[in-house]
Design a binder for this molecule. Structure first.
Ligand SMILES: Cc1ncc(COP(=O)(O)O)c(C=O)c1O
Length: 373
């Protein structure tokens, strides 16, 4: 069997056609694919406005800046996430407050969130992790009670639904990533979505250096250049038009792994909660408990010997050395369930083009490793 990467992508016919259109007409920087991609994506997630950016990270920073987060503010954020979520808060001078996850479903733990609210809290950044939604109703209630803004980081959850509502359309601002390993890709890229005209106008201004209206070079705010190139938008649009096929592949991969691995003692799958009315696997996660004969790292090492690539779970914010050094109080923010997943979580090869035969091979090897130990 050839090497099985943890992720791969497929570029389709439409992406090639749209990119060729850009090249043929020299539409490289800004062009109509950008606005088309923004319109299609925002309507796909039932939001009103879409503002494209250069990455999921810049989308998050733009969201924080648009909401006016600043020094002295605290933002509650899922501890277990890609650190882009957490760093975007730091870029604005605000302080991230790591909130634990639930070990069962890997999403933000509402009880821990309640404990960590202070007078300085200004916003909650929920991260819909791995294609599963956060339980949003209690978060909406808490946000209302304490007057907090909500940013939904949907980088890993495009098209996912919470009680029928598409994530990214529930809070004040949703953010997306189109990096190559995301549900759809534009190579690099991101987007923010909102239903508020006021937030839309501010974000649009900030993203494009806040050029002046009367005199272009008299800038209205300290803005950024987070403009998505037209060529990237062309790829993103092509991918979006093929999203149902991508969903189909993801479902196939998830179901195949799950049925192959369901009877292995000590090997668990994150739970899919009832509120998550549309789950779309981002990557195939499992976590190991004491009944599993090997540690997560031993399993990863053995799989690699069989040319099977895997990835360990996130190191949560509360365990990040740079953040602990920056914020003295960080050590007191305990997140034991995020720590457990950091040690025991792993994801298996989940690229959209992985064949059933390759999935069966990965599962057979896992079973063999278990038998031998
Ligand atoms: C939850 C989450 N947020 C943000 C990002 C950052 O996105 P990007 O790599 O496009 O900057 C990622 C990337 O993997 C992510 O998983």
């Amino acid at each position: 069997m050839k090497f099985i990467p943890v992720f791969d992508i497929k570029v389709g016919r439409r992406e090639k056609k749209y990119v060729n259109d850009c090249l043929k007409n020299s539409w490289l920087g800004q062009g109509h694919y950008v606005s088309k991609f923004e319109d299609r994506l925002s309507s796909f997630i039932n939001s009103k406005y879409g503002i494209s950016t250069t990455s999921g990270t810049t989308a998050l920073h733009l969201a924080c800046a648009t909401l006016g987060l600043k020094e002295g503010d605290e933002v509650l954020v899922s501890s277990s996430t890609n650190m882009a979520s957490v760093f975007s808060i730091v870029y604005c001078g605000a302080k991230p407050i790591p909130v634990d996850i639930s070990k069962e479903n890997w999403q933000m733990n509402i009880n821990d969130l309640k404990k960590k609210i202070t007078k300085k809290s200004k916003a909650i950044m929920v991260v819909h992790l791995f294609g599963h939604s956060v339980d949003m109703d209690p978060i909406l209630r808490i946000a209302k009670r304490f007057n907090l803004k909500i940013i939904e980081d949907c980088a890993e959850s495009l098209g996912v639904r919470y009680k029928g509502k598409v994530v990214g359309s529930i809070g004040d601002i949703g953010t997306f990533s189109f990096y190559s390993n995301k549900t759809i890709t534009s190579g690099e890229g991101g987007m923010i979505t909102t239903k508020s005209k006021k937030l839309y106008e501010k974000a649009k201004k900030l993203k494009n250096l806040a050029y002046g209206k009367k005199n272009k070079f008299q800038h209205e705010l300290i803005g950024f250049n987070y403009r998505m190139p037209n060529v990237s938008a062309a790829i993103g649009l092509g991918q979006l038009e093929n999203i149902n096929e991508i969903f189909k592949q993801k479902k196939r991969i998830y179901n195949r792994y799950k049925s192959n691995l369901k009877d292995i003692e000590g090997l668990n799958f994150p739970k899919i909660e009832k509120w998550n009315t549309k789950f779309i696997m981002w990557v195939m996660n499992i976590y190991l408990d004491k009944k599993f004969p090997l540690s997560r790292d031993e399993l990863a090492k053995k799989l690699l010997k069989h040319k099977i690539e895997t990835r360990s779970a996130f190191v949560p914010a509360n365990q990040q050395k740079t953040l602990i050094k920056k914020y003295k109080s960080f050590r007191k923010f305990k997140c034991p369930e995020a720590d457990f997943i950091m040690r025991n979580g792993i994801y298996l090869p989940s690229g959209n083009t992985i064949s059933n035969q390759e999935i069966d091979y990965v599962c057979e090897i896992i079973k063999k490793i278990v038998k031998r130990n």
